[in-house]
Design a binder for this molecule. Structure first.
Ligand code: ATP
Ligand code: MG
Length: 714
């Protein structure tokens, strides 16, 4: 007990020792909100509340892991449920799958899977996309799910001009998902929210099962998440939420800041605790953050003070160009490590878009600085891993049509696109999964004998694999790799792909399977493995124990802290991002994003911009961010770099933005993968401009966790 309360401030103690009834912890960055959540869990357990009645919902898997480790420290061996909303829902759905027409081995479609399913639904619904795009339709459907609008509701809400295209596609898409025994990311929350709404018995059963619910980063919850925690806190309103409206940065994904602002209205009996002491940052950093955020009109001001040392002034640095910016920062880090004895892990370089990391990476490599980058070239998104995962998916769920289409001719086995199309049409006509159509290949019209034979051979191979479904994951995976001669296939295609790491990735995947078997000697199942793979979040590869400089987007940095922080590319059009700056709400969200970045810093902070920046290989003048003028410039240290000529000796050294430069900011939040995985709006189709007013109704469902991370070990 002493250990639990030791060193806490009075308001922190008040929050930690609060037991029953709703609790709102409203406080600025670095004030110990997350710390309070962990200590509160430990305290509740020490007061005799069974661990099994507690659920702590976090924004990322990483946050959940950290929380688990800390609770374990304070209250060893207690099985409290901790994880993200999506994982929470995925597990509940596993149990109640039949209530929504799924079976318990349902698959979670990742973003690119959903995209394929959507295309097929559009085809089946016979919608012409000449006046709209599949992306737009998908986005409308995703928004609808987020607002808990069912296909029937959307159809009945259609204007007299007839149902919209999205309204026509929506039921077809949902039906296809059901046929495939699959859900998309939006569905995880959507199904559970609706289940709770429509089944009072289940709702009250789960309400008493999870009597104590804690939500961190509540300012970034969306309507579906709100509905879920609300439904679970009626008979036992022991809901405690923690958040900072100034750090709400997922409006573009449907997060609704009103969820936190209205908490006191929703729960009139609420106890509200405000934490005002910041433990993280120097006064210099805090003043910069405070001055900036005061410019947001739609906010309630919060006082924040700290007893930390004054520290160094915040640096505002103007570089000639992106090369200099990257090199300058790498030099500084390198010097600090050598001279001041700091460690690489003490530094973070934050940016608005992943594209900005490229030049930094180059500079880090040249100085042999160890770094980890959290971005889109994700392990689970690599072609070879997706192929093997698709085999596992199909073994786990024979109705998984997206997996079927991916692997039926991978490695190539003479099953052409036409054959696949015939199988798909047959499946659509008979409302059966494609594997079923393949089993009936003799009944499928228009197939050459050779193709039919190839399909039969595939089905036979599949049946052999399916028998192995209950083997250990390692055995199963090795069997799949051998049976499909997958490595030989990779080696054959290596020349074209110029990618010799593919085979190594397969080995890495087998290692992951071995580890999974080891961690789950009793409860390991193919299903669980696939669920974990589907729900890995972008910040998961962030290992704060690893001694590397961290490169990440501002979005991904939420909740974290580093002794020294560099925020690069603080330029007009980048931060604020050109796609968000035209609306007040968009502009204010960009400001909050910079606020989040600034408040990650513990000791030192540098914000930088460049005079020119390369854009598609062309150097263009860059303008510093309008946010600069909102900072306490008088007390900051402004450094303008001298032009230097020793940079342009290296062709490979390029900070040009890739094509994704002109994609909307939505996809830049955490990543810009070629496969569209993650960071996107719950369905992978976010490449359209959309206005998302922060204070209006939630408009897009956040799928928080769609990404996987790569640690590029240099
Ligand atoms: P954010 O809004 O950025 O998520 P937060 O409010 O969740 O911030 P924490 O991450 O919980 O803040 O705490 C910030 C830092 O301050 C952490 O390093 C934490 O350990 C430390 N801290 C918080 N409270 C105390 C305390 N009472 N004594 C010592 N350190 C503290
Ligand atoms: Mg926190």
């Amino acid at each position: 007990m002493d250990a639990i309360l030791k060193g806490l401030t009075e308001p922190q103690t008040e929050a930690v020792t609060h037991l029953d009834g709703p609790l709102l912890i409203l406080a600025g960055p670095g004030s110990g909100k997350t710390r309070v959540v962990t200590h509160r869990i430990a305290h509740m357990i020490s007061q005799g509340i069974p661990a099994s009645q507690i659920a702590a919902l976090t924004f990322t898997n990483k946050a959940a892991e950290e929380m688990r480790a800390r609770v374990e420290n304070l209250a060893p061996g207690k099985a409290v449920w901790m994880g993200t909303f999506h994982r929470f829902c995925a597990q509940l759905l596993r149990r109640y799958a039949s209530m929504v027409g799924l079976s318990e081995n349902y698959s979670i479609y990742d973003t690119s899977d959903s995209k394929q399913a959507m295309k097929r639904a559009i085809e089946v619904a016979k919608i012409s996309t000449s006046h709209t795009s599949p992306e737009q339709i998908a986005s409308t459907i995703s928004n609808a799910k987020n607002r808990l609008v069912t296909p029937e509701m959307m159809l009945s809400g259609a204007k007299h001009s007839g149902p919209t295209m999205a309204a026509r596609v929506y039921p077809v898409y949902q039906q296809q998902l059901l046929t495939a025994n699959a859900v998309d990311f939006d569905d995880l929350l959507f199904h559970i929210a609706l289940l709770l709404k429509e089944n009072p018995d289940l709702r009250s059963e789960l309400d008493s099962r999870f009597r104590y619910i804690l939500v961190d980063e509540y300012q970034d919850t969306n309507l579906a998440q709100y509905a879920i925690v609300r439904a679970l806190s009626i008979d036992h309103p022991n809901l405690s939420v923690t958040g900072d409206p100034d750090q709400s940065i997922y409006g573009w994904r449907g997060a609704d800041i009103n969820n936190i602002l209205d908490f006191e209205k929703d729960y009139p009996a609420v106890k509200t605790v405000r934490l005002e002491q910041n433990y993280r940052s120097t006064p210099n950093i805090l003043r910069a953050a405070d001055q900036l955020i005061r410019n947001n009109r739609r906010r309630k001001h919060k006082e924040l003070f700290t007893h930390n040392d004054e520290g160094d002034p915040v640096v505002l640095r103007i570089y000639e160009n992106g090369y200099q910016e990257a090199d300058g920062i790498a030099d500084e880090i390198s010097d600090a490590i050598q001279v001041e004895g700091l460690r690489p892990r003490d530094f973070a370089i934050l940016y608005r878009m992943n594209a900005l990391s490229r030049s930094v990476e180059h500079s880090m490599r040249r100085r042999r600085l160890a770094y980890q980058i959290i971005n889109g070239l994700e392990f689970y998104q690599r072609k070879e891993i997706k192929d093997l995962l698709a085999y596992l998916h199909l073994i786990n769920n024979p109705k998984h049509d997206v997996a079927f289409q991916r692997i039926v001719n991978t490695p190539t086995r003479a099953i052409g696109a036409k054959t696949v199309k015939r199988l798909r049409e047959y499946a659509d006509r008979h409302h059966i999964p494609m594997l079923e159509a393949a089993r009936n290949v003799d009944a499928v019209e228009g197939l050459a004998k050779r193709s039919a034979t190839a399909v039969k051979k595939f089905v036979e191979m599949y049946e052999r694999m399916a028998i192995k479904a209950t083997a250990t994951l390692e055995d199963l995976l090795r069997y799949v790799v051998d049976e499909t001669k997958y490595e030989a296939y990779l080696l054959r295609s290596v020349v074209d792909q110029q990618d010799s790491s593919a085979v190594a990735n397969v080995d890495e995947f087998i290692t992951a399977a071995v580890e999974f078997d080891r961690y789950h000697p009793d409860d390991g199942s193919l299903e669980l493995f696939l669920e974990q793979a589907a729900l890995v979040a972008d910040t998961d590869a962030f290992e704060d124990t690893s001694d590397r400089v961290t490169l990440m987007t501002l979005h991904a940095a939420k909740g974290l802290e580093f002794p020294r922080v560099f925020i690069i590319g603080v330029e007009d059009g980048l931060l604020p991002h050109s796609r968000s700056k035209d609306t007040d709400s968009g502009f204010e969200e960009e400001r909050r994003l910079l606020f989040v970045g600034i408040t990650r810093g513990k000791e030192r902070l540098q914000l930088s911009c460049c005079k020119t920046r390369n854009f598609r290989g062309e150097s263009r003048p860059a303008i510093s961010s309008p946010f600069f003028n909102e900072l306490p410039l008088g007390e900051m240290k402004k450094i303008e770099s001298e032009r230097s000529l020793d940079f342009f000796d290296d062709d490979a050294y390029d900070d040009s933005y890739p094509e994704s430069w002109d994609l909307p900011d939505e996809d830049t939040a955490n990543d810009e993968t070629p496969t569209d995985q993650g960071g996107a709006g719950g369905n992978g189709f976010v490449k359209e401009k959309k206005e998302k007013p922060m204070f209006d109704e939630a408009c897009q469902l956040p799928e928080e966790e769609l990404k996987e991370i790569v640690q590029r070990k240099k």
